[in-house]
Design a binder for this molecule. Structure first.
Ligand code: MOS
Length: 690
């Protein structure tokens, strides 16, 4: 059953919009607290080794310094089997930039100044930070069985007998989440109170912060409270607590009763709050002359850290996007002395689709087939990964409608021929896909209040996506009332449990629980339930036997100056099949935001690791380049009129991540069409085109 849409589908303005633009919406760091202590952290200056000495006397002597924390005096934490969180627990250093000390002071200036006076010596060891595909120590991720010999042989036979073959290697660099609001935490430890540790945190999930950190500090869940009223983006880096959260807790523990404020400086984020691993991806496509795929292989190599394993899983889109009988997908990791990689918008799908979708462009050219037609002939009836039918797919319609709107017919299939006023002009296309996840375990509570309204409570977080508004729309339709009658509360562990705002799963997971609670309320208590009536419901199970994914087609036009190699991208268009769009205004922002981030990845973003020191040298926005307004032309996102009743009761699918998937490939393919230069290594810089 799908819900009737009344509030859903309208471009309702953000309920939190006015407080945000007037500066009255409190973010974590802005929580009004009395008499705070400020934290400034010290990071390791070597990438591997042991701290031999750490001299804190000069720092402690600075006026206003309250305490200096090191591994020698910090509270012992419980071992929860996650070494990323074992902050200040030993003298060993496992990557450059690891937290090794912190100053607590009466002012942020005193804390920062004193932190610089701490002298550290190390017994350092050679660090190994360089990802190469020919390393001998590459291994499959934990718990993953590599494909067996038979599937390898079958693939090899199908590939070698194919009429047309593409066999290329693509690379993407280390990439860094850079939300507008860096990671911040205000923490208070109170020995006198039931709730020992309170954290105002910039996070994508209050409950995951609590469930991860409470055991570390020896607390029961109810002894900790996490609040996140407003969050300025995360892109995955706030999807789980990182070392800085633990440091905030340790600092609070050191000055009981006094709130501590810790804002991670942007320069420190590059080593502390997660990043996307660099990737090396070999794609092999074997096809018949008309482009029909017979064999698809995707071998990816990524780095992980010695502290904790994380796999970027580039092969994911290749499992589901196209037909083709023989498929071989492998993944190998190099465990290096690098910061802990983590989620960054569309982990896996984003870099994976760059490689796959550039390879598809190469195959189209090799077959003499239009890149859109190539994708259409390879559109699979069933999900190749599971064999299940699609709840809905509609990628072909996205491609066709996009081609029409974008003016694809004007593209010259011969690269390097189209010019306007001496500038080379090219067009590119790529497909996007992202699964529609439904995380189990969110609970929504609805109560009829004495002002004739409905209080809807769920511990979800709006990280800037518009979830607050969209959930209110969902609740209004589920309750059959106007939005004004819904009072939604989110962002607090005092509210019922909710899963993280990640994996494009938020609205599906939380919205389904709200709809279920509303259904129970109306079913059991009729149209006018009494004041005080309260119901709770959990996210219903996801549908079985059906493959639910969002899809999209991405188009880009690029202009290249043939003398300087300068690349401009005047137009991008994305056409998406994402089920029902709950809020047209905030959905559009999600999609164009993702596309813009994809443009940024295609042309600008690269984390430069100095392998002599293990240091990400360009660790700020001056040198880690992200697209700005001047780099972004007309980015348009649109969607098919779509409702997917199998996806969830709202008929919606995820939109948070699909915008970035395929966008870098569309730009790279357009650059090739403009210049005839095939760049397989991101980012595409001017020098590569000369
Ligand atoms: Mo996303 S990388 O799941 O926040």
């Amino acid at each position: 059953m799908t819900l009737q849409a009344n509030a859903m589908g309208t471009p309702t303005r953000r309920l939190d919009g006015a407080p945000k633009v007037t500066g009255t919406a409190p973010y974590a760091y802005e929580q009004p607290v009395k008499n705070p202590v400020y934290v400034h952290a010290v990071q390791s200056g070597v990438a591997r080794g042991t701290i031999r000495s750490i001299e804190t006397v000069a720092a402690e002597a600075v006026d206003g310094v309250v305490a200096v924390l090191t591994h020698r005096n910090a509270t012992r934490l419980a071992d929860v089997g996650d070494d990323e969180l074992a902050v200040l627990q030993s003298d060993s250093v496992a990557f450059r930039g690891q937290l090794i000390a912190a100053v607590l002071a009466e002012t942020p200036e005193a804390a920062r100044h004193a932190a610089r006076l701490i002298q550290v010596t190390y017994d350092d060891e050679p660090a190994d930070t360089e990802l190469r595909a020919d390393r001998e120590d590459l291994h499959a991720p934990e718990g993953e069985d590599p494909p067996d010999d038979r599937s390898r042989d079958e693939f090899a036979a199908a590939f070698s007998s194919a009429d047309v073959r593409v066999d290329q290697t693509y690379t993407t660099p280390m990439l860094h989440n850079n939300p507008m609001e860096p990671h911040t935490t205000v923490a208070v430890w109170d020995e006198e109170s039931e709730v020992r540790l309170t954290m105002f945190d910039s996070t994508q999930g209050v409950h995951v912060v609590r469930s991860t950190l409470a055991p570390l500090f020896g607390l029961r869940p109810e002894q900790m409270r996490v609040v996140a009223p407003h969050v300025g983006g995360g892109f995955g880096s706030k999807g789980m607590p990182h070392a800085h959260n633990v440091l905030a807790g340790l600092a609070a523990r050191a000055v009981p009763g006094r709130p501590v404020k810790y804002a991670v400086p942007r320069q420190q984020m590059y080593a502390l709050t997660g990043h996307r691993s660099p990737t090396i991806q070999r794609i092999r496509l074997g096809a018949e002359r008309d482009g029909r795929l017979a064999a698809i292989s995707h071998d990816s190599v990524e780095h992980s850290s010695t502290v904790k394993e994380f796999a970027e899983e580039c092969g994911k889109p290749t499992r589901s996007l196209y037909a083709g009988a023989h498929r071989l997908i492998t993944q190998r990791l190099a465990t290096l002395d690098v910061p802990v990689p983590s989620w960054m918008r569309a982990p896996g799908e984003c870099p994976g689709a760059f490689a796959l979708e550039v390879a598809m462009d190469e195959l189209a050219e090799a077959c003499g087939v239009d890149p859109i037609d190539l994708r259409i002939v390879n559109d699979p009836e069933l999900d190749p990964k599971t064999g299940h039918p699609w709840s809905s797919r509609r990628l072909v319609e996205c491609l066709q409608e996009g081609a029409e709107r974008f003016g694809w017919a004007a593209r010259d299939p011969e690269p390097g021929r189209r010019q306007t006023g001496g500038t080379l002009v090219g067009m590119g296309v790529a497909a996007s896909t992202y699964p529609c996840f439904r995380s189990p375990g969110s609970v929504a509570r609805i109560e009829v209040t004495d002002d004739g309204r409905y209080s809807v409570r769920i511990g979800a977080v709006d990280i800037g996506t518009g979830a607050w508004t969209a959930l209110t729309q969902i609740a209004a339709d589920a309750l059959g009332c106007d939005m004004e009658l819904v009072k939604l509360e989110i962002g607090d562990t005092d509210l019922p449990h909710a899963t993280v705002a990640g994996g494009s799963s938020g609205l599906t997971s939380w919205g389904s629980a709200i709809v279920e609670a509303a259904r129970i309320l109306r079913h059991e208590h009729g149209a006018s339930p009494r004041v005080g009536t309260t119901v709770e419901a959990e996210t219903p199970d996801k549908p079985r036997g059906v493959a639910v994914h969002s899809f999209g087609a991405q188009f880009a036009e690029v202009h290249v100056d043939p003398d300087t190699g300068e690349i401009r991208v005047p137009r991008m268009l994305g056409v998406f099949a994402v089920g029902r769009v709950i809020n047209a205004a905030t959905a559009r922002s999600q999609l164009i935001g993702g596309m813009t981030m994809g443009l940024s990845m295609a042309l600008h973003e690269v984390g430069v690791m100095d392998h002599r020191t293990g240091h990400v040298v360009n660790h700020d926005l001056a040198e880690y380049h992200i697209v700005t307004n001047a780099d972004v032309g007309d980015v348009e996102a649109t969607w098919l009129d779509d409702v997917d009743p199998q996806a969830n009761p709202m008929g919606s699918k995820g939109i948070g991540e699909i915008g970035i998937v395929g966008a870098p490939a569309a730009v790279a393919n357009a650059v090739y069409n403009a210049t005839g230069v095939r760049v397989r290594d991101l980012p595409i810089t001017a020098d590569l085109l000369l």
